[in-house]
Design a protein around this ligand. Structure first.
Ligand SMILES: [Zn+2]
Length: 415
């Protein structure tokens, strides 16, 4: 009887749903010991749980306005001749490409959970003041980089002025955050910066804008040591800054001094995690075959809800054996986590080679809340463990028993 068959099918479906819910709830309890609490100041970016509800939700639809600015002393020639709002806008081709790559990248990293759309306003908005006067990253009388409050004020002014100029022709309704990109001609605007003001950075079209990202567009060349890979540096910088608005901290060393030329030694800046995560090196690297972009840590993706509790193996008895599936493949166990203290955990994940790192949720953004490898295996390609390799970290030993295209089988033993 067709009706009965439908009833059975319906019951099966409900049973499957219930089973999934039970699995999720069980997993939620099982990973409780590994869900390390945020122990940096409230409201500051951290590797801990939970991510503040003030951040932009990391799943569903997110709309980001993108505004382009030039300056009286760094003008885009012929800006008035350019049309805007079309699929290909003369003069903006490279930015269109960067935005598309950043959008695709974040969607891939979230396993499809985050549906972020950039809404570019392809027009150079002429800022009311010169770069050197108020918008520069450097103090006007020296090559000293503004930092902290100095850079915050500069960038807040840049974002607010850009929103005010765009407002007459751009509809900010439904916009969650704004990216302001300075012309490549404004050479003294280099850095990427994300600002969050709970009370709102600006107010346009009845929309309170609480997140402002601003960046230069010329000075950040891919570092030399990225040889052999293709990098989308500006797309990476955009994705990095957007990830801050979702709640992720900086994983590079923000404390490295700038020399008299305004440069920083790359090996020092990237000593914590190298290019293993976009919050470390803000560039999207592609393998030579161009099919797999650089990844983000399983830990960060778990924080954002892009990995489910069922995909985390929280280990509290040893020896423990875990089959890890590669990060870029959806499904499967993505991380083995060993809680060491209330704020520190050892994590292993599969990057076509097992990668071992330490997470410390008491370490602030930019000071090394995640550290890859060990002194003998710094965060370069040698940090990846192959079949038979053993790494000791936090007193535990991680051994790779099997390494295939389907992932890595690791065994973790206690001290
Ligand atoms: Zn950053």
């Amino acid at each position: 009887m067709p009706i009965l068959r439908e009833d059975v099918a319906d019951l099966r479906e409900r049973m499957d749903e219930l089973q999934n819910q039970v699995a999720e709830l069980t997993a939620h309890q099982e990973v409780a010991a590994c869900r390390l609490p945020n122990r940096v100041d409230r409201g500051r970016l951290s590797t801990g749980f939970p991510i503040s509800s003030e951040q932009i939700p990391a799943s569903g639809n997110v709309n980001v306005a993108v505004l382009f600015v030039d300056f009286p002393d760094a003008p885009e020639p012929g800006a008035h001749l350019k049309s805007f709002g079309h699929a290909t806008t003369p003069g903006f081709e490279r930015f269109e490409d960067d935005l598309r790559v950043a959008e695709d990248y974040l969607q891939a990293m979230s396993y499809g959970a985050l549906d972020l759309t950039f809404r570019p306003h392809f027009k150079w908005l002429r800022m009311p003041a010169t770069v050197s006067e108020i918008y520069s990253d450097f103090y006007s009388d020296s090559r000293t980089l503004k930092s902290g409050r100095g850079l915050n004020m500069t960038r807040l002014t840049l974002v607010r002025d850009a929103i005010e100029l765009a407002d007459p022709d751009f509809d900010f309704k439904g916009i969650d955050s704004v990216v302001v990109i300075a012309t490549p001609k404004a050479e003294s605007i280099k850095r990427g910066r994300t600002q969050t003001l709970p009370g709102g950075i600006s107010y346009a079209d009845d929309q309170t804008i609480r997140y402002g990202i601003s960046m230069g567009s010329s000075a950040n060349d891919p570092p030399d040591w990225a040889g052999g890979f293709l990098a989308n540096y500006e797309a990476g910088l955009i994705a990095h800054e957007v990830a801050h608005t979702l709640g992720l901290p900086d994983l590079y060393d923000v404390g490295v001094e700038t020399d008299s030329e305004g440069n920083q030694p790359a090996n020092e800046v990237h000593r914590f995690v190298g290019d293993f995560d976009i919050m470390g090196l803000p560039a999207i690297f592609w393998t030579v075959t161009g099919d797999v972009p650089s990844q983000m840590f399983a830990w960060s993706r778990w924080q954002l809800g892009w990995l489910r509790d069922t995909q985390i193996a929280c280990l509290t008895s040893f020896p423990a054996s875990v089959q890890l599936t590669p990060l870029e493949m959806p499904g499967g166990i993505k991380a083995a986590v060993v809680p060491l203290t209330e704020t520190i955990a050892l994590v292993v994940e599969s990057r076509r080679g097992a990668l071992v790192y330490m997470v410390d949720t008491s370490v602030p953004s930019g000071e090394g809340p995640i550290v890859v490898g060990s002194p003998s295996r710094p965060p370069g390609l040698s940090a990846l463990l192959d079949h038979g390799d053993v790494l000791s970290a936090g007193g535990y030993s991680v051994t790779v028993k099997e390494a295939t295209s389907q992932g890595d089988l690791v065994v973790i033993t206690a001290p």
